[in-house]
Write a protein that binds this ligand. Structure first.
Ligand SMILES: [Zn+2]
Length: 420
């Protein structure tokens, strides 16, 4: 590959990351939930930065913020990620992908390096699980995976109808189909992201090349027993829904930790609702969520069956009624080898230490995979921590990741020029 380094401006990138972090719920840093006032304000700031960078800036029908560089039609090159956060999340998850892409676009303009293809920088709306069953919203709409009916039936956490919330950001749910991308319209999608795990840091690598994105599967479970007096009911007579739920939680942990799966799978019960949740009443009902993820389809299927088997056994033994409904079943998304190789060569050319690794967290790239070849560059984050205020990435690492991403972008553009 024969491309000059883009020389991303670290100071400018660092200043952008710091400024964006200021858009947070002041009582709960760093909280910028999709559709919240903080999010809307951050979006306005970001759109202004896109315009300052000379990008043709718009919000698509789904509420994705898009900045475009270069005229002409035909397939586009796309870079992006998200700027919404979980509650009390971090300053880098998603943010480095959006601001890194912005910095790349600026440097492309400043250096006069003209791409053969138009470039689009996308801040995908609502990547984090803010809307049950619909997040990540923006990338799913682009892939044609969300219908107008699904939007019409949903609301944001404040109670506002989702359609109105999208319109408030400049989207137009009535024209949702216009946000959709067909296969072939996107030449490639590249995303820079923090690893959200400790692998790169432990290996001393500067960047990671993602090989596969794990699939999250989520189930809603309810266990129903009998609410009764906590003093008068003997232990033998109880049908305690929470004690059953406790067993299930441990069964999920065991299923995901089976020796041959432990590298590939994880399992979590992250939400519980106990009824009536009183100090002197035996819990009569528990609703909970089970989440399992894996980078291997077979491992995921095994874990799911194991969780279902455990639930049936626990319920039968304890005299509980149990229901389990998988609401979200995904398949792991392999990253095309050609995309991995372009990124690997870029890192080699730049003398940046890279390693290949799977992503156990999900990303917008996974949702776009059906409509575009996708590639992901990871950078290390301190102690592997993420989705917490301590989340931290060094500016040098963000810049190195952006440099690798930019070089891969230039190479993909050059390849498309060759075959045109
Ligand atoms: Zn993210």
């Amino acid at each position: 590959m024969n491309h000059p380094p883009l020389n991303v401006n670290r100071e400018r990138l660092d200043a952008d990351i710091r400024r964006l972090a200021e858009f947070t719920d002041p009582n709960l840093p760093y909280t910028r939930r999709a559709f919240s006032p903080e999010y809307a304000a951050a979006r306005e700031w970001l759109a202004e930065r896109f315009r300052d960078a000379g990008l043709d800036t718009r919000v698509d029908a789904a509420g994705n913020l898009i900045g475009r560089l270069g005229a002409g039609g035909g397939p586009v090159l796309m870079l992006g990620s998200h700027i919404d956060t979980v509650e009390a999340g971090g300053r880098f998850d998603g943010v480095v992908g959006v601001l890194g892409a912005l910095e790349i676009a600026r440097r492309l303009r400043e250096s006069g390096a003209a791409l053969a293809r138009p470039l689009e920088i996308v801040d995908f709306v609502c990547e984090e699980p803010t809307i049950v069953d619909l997040s990540p919203l923006g990338s799913r709409v682009m892939a044609g995976d969300v219908t107008a009916e699904m939007i019409a039936a949903a609301a944001v956490p404040s109670g506002e109808p989702l359609g109105e919330a999208i319109a408030r950001l400049g989207g137009d749910p009535a024209r949702l189909h216009e946000a959709r991308r067909k296969p072939g319209e996107t030449l490639a999608y590249l995303e820079l992201h923090i690893e959200q795990g400790p692998v790169l840091e432990r290996a001393g690598a500067d960047v990671g090349i993602v090989t596969v994105i794990a699939a999250p599967c989520r189930a809603v479970v309810s266990l129903t027993g009998v609410a009764d007096h906590a003093g008068a009911t003997s232990m033998a007579d109880r049908r305690d829904a929470l004690a059953g739920a406790a067993e299930l939680i441990l069964a999920v942990e065991r299923a995901a930790s089976a020796p041959d799966l432990a590298q590939e799978s994880v399992g979590t019960v992250g939400f519980l609702r106990v009824s009536p949740n009183m100090v002197n009443v035996i819990p009569g009902r528990v609703d909970l969520t089970v989440e399992a993820r894996s980078t291997q389809s077979e491992a995921l299927l095994w874990a799911r069956e194991e969780i279902e088997r455990s639930l049936r056994e626990i319920a039968a033994r304890r005299g509980l009624d149990a229901t389990l409904e998988w609401r979200h079943l995904e398949e792991p998304v392999p990253i095309p080898v050609e995309m991995q190789d372009v990124i690997a060569e870029s890192a080699t050319d730049l003398r940046i230490r890279a390693m290949r690794l799977p992503s156990r967290a999900s990303h917008d790239a996974a949702r776009l995979a059906p409509v575009a070849p996708v590639g992901m560059v990871f950078i290390p984050c301190k102690d592997g921590r993420s989705h917490c205020p301590e989340e931290w990435a060094e500016t040098d690492d963000v810049a190195a990741g952006a440099e690798v991403l930019a070089r891969a972008l230039l190479e993909l553009d050059a390849q498309s020029r060759a075959v045109r």
